[in-house]
Design a protein around this ligand. Structure first.
Ligand code: SF4
Ligand code: SF4
Length: 397
């Protein structure tokens, strides 16, 4: 039986203001004011929680300017979890935060009725959606397909001797925006003789709710997903979105006291299962998604897979956040654009043939800046290298 569990706030009284977390913070690098950095945010949430500071526009700005990238996570010698502190601060600010009331309302509705939100988005994509995208208010989305990726409970059996069984956590971006990437993952898993289950009852991981201070609603999402995925007899729970993977694995224990330990990034799962196939005599930049590198500690595995496919990797001079940050790219457009301009210019200077990343959000965002070469998901490269699509060269390079 599940027990009620609310995330307990980190003990901020231990902060000795050493500033280590601040040195890693990209928003502080952009705007070197104390409230724009990790250390300042810890002090502000501490003041807010103790009643010494009252909600204000400036406080909102400082807590919402955090892109929740996680660059500061694990850096504190006293174990203070800064991103978790920011979530708690936003939750405390929620009722006083008038500016994001509409965003919070829409996020809540979209998470509660995702299929209805998807149908509305499809209806609006030729009109309102494209107008907002042209104005830079929302990212440009690929044309939304008639049906989402996940339909009902599906089990894809393998015709050969079964190598294992995995579950796919689809996530909203794959389900509604990039269903073709979900198909690629299924193809690769079946090629490797895995039985794949897409269980009925998956809901949004809850991260967008947390990002706008809706902690209780995120707890409900966590309970639902835990119930669905923890009962499955599988070797791994794979997702194409590092934010989902991190949330299932590391944030659920904070939200409901238990996480889905089998959640993992596809690169970690596939690395020792893919042979060397030097198919592509090309160059690529690998863009590290923040949550994959900082929260999940995965940087080597995708690079090794790319090299196995014969591609030369170019490391760029100024790697950093692309500015996506989930809802951040819509609610903090100015700061998000600054990140994107930097990262885009850095990638363009590399003269690589293609850009590979592991996050659907990074694909959406980088695609706005990097126009002269494809920006693809790692699963597309894996599919093309190992499942041999005839048009691979044109799609990838
Ligand atoms: S999560 Fe990122 S933006 Fe937020 S305080 Fe930490 S380093 Fe700064
Ligand atoms: S690293 Fe830890 S102790 Fe140092 S300023 Fe940041 S939160 Fe405080």
């Amino acid at each position: 039986m599940e027990t009620a569990h609310s995330p307990s706030p980190p003990d901020l009284s231990r902060c000795v203001r050493c500033g280590i977390c601040k040195t890693l913070c990209p928003t502080y690098a952009e705007e070197p004011a104390e409230g724009m950095g990790a250390r300042g945010r810890v002090a502000l949430v501490k003041g807010l929680a103790s009643g010494q500071i009252s909600p204000s526009r400036l406080l909102n700005k400082h807590l919402y300017s955090c892109i929740l990238c996680g660059a500061c996570s694990g850096s504190c010698p006293l174990g203070i979890d800064v991103p978790e502190t920011v979530y708690q601060g936003r939750s405390l600010l929620r009722d006083a935060d008038v500016r994001r009331r509409v965003l919070r309302y829409l996020t809540r509705l979209s998470v509660a009725w995702p299929d209805a939100a998807y149908r509305l988005a499809r209806m609006a994509q030729g009109t309102l959606w494209s107008f907002l995208a042209r104005k830079g208010i929302i990212p440009e989305f690929p044309e939304l397909q008639e049906v989402p990726f996940r339909k009902a409970e599906q089990v894809f059996k393998t015709h050969k001797k079964k190598r294992g069984r995995v579950a796919v956590f689809t996530g909203c971006s794959i389900n509604y925006i990039f269903p073709d990437l979900g198909e690629s993952l299924l193809n690769v898993l079946q090629k490797l003789n895995y039985e794949v289950v897409l269980p009925k009852g998956e809901v949004c991981c809850g991260n967008p709710l947390r990002s706008v201070g809706l902690e209780e609603q995120a707890v409900e999402q966590a309970k639902k997903n835990y119930r669905v995925f923890s009962r499955l007899k599988v070797d791994a729970i794979l997702s194409l979105c590092p934010t989902c993977t991190h949330t299932l694995k590391h944030e659920y224990p904070k939200l409901i006291g238990k996480g889905l330990d089998k959640a993992m990034d596809i690169s970690v799962f596939f690395l020792d299962k893919l042979e060397q196939v030097p198919r592509f005599d090309k160059t690529a930049v690998y863009h590290d998604p923040c949550h994959l590198q900082y929260m999940l500690g995965v940087t080597k595995e995708p690079r090794e897979i790319i090299r196995k496919a014969g591609i030369d990797l170019i490391e760029t001079a100024d790697p950093g956040c692309c500015g996506f940050g989930g809802l951040y790219c819509m609610s903090n457009r100015e700061m998000s654009s600054r990140f994107l301009a930097k990262r885009g210019a850095d990638i363009m200077a590399s003269k690589s043939d293609t850009v590979i990343t592991s996050c659907p959000g990074c694909i959406l965002t980088l695609g706005r800046s990097v126009k002269d070469r494809p920006v693809i998901h790692l699963i597309e490269l894996i599919e093309d290298a190992y499942c041999i699509r005839a048009d691979a060269q044109e799609l990838l390079f």
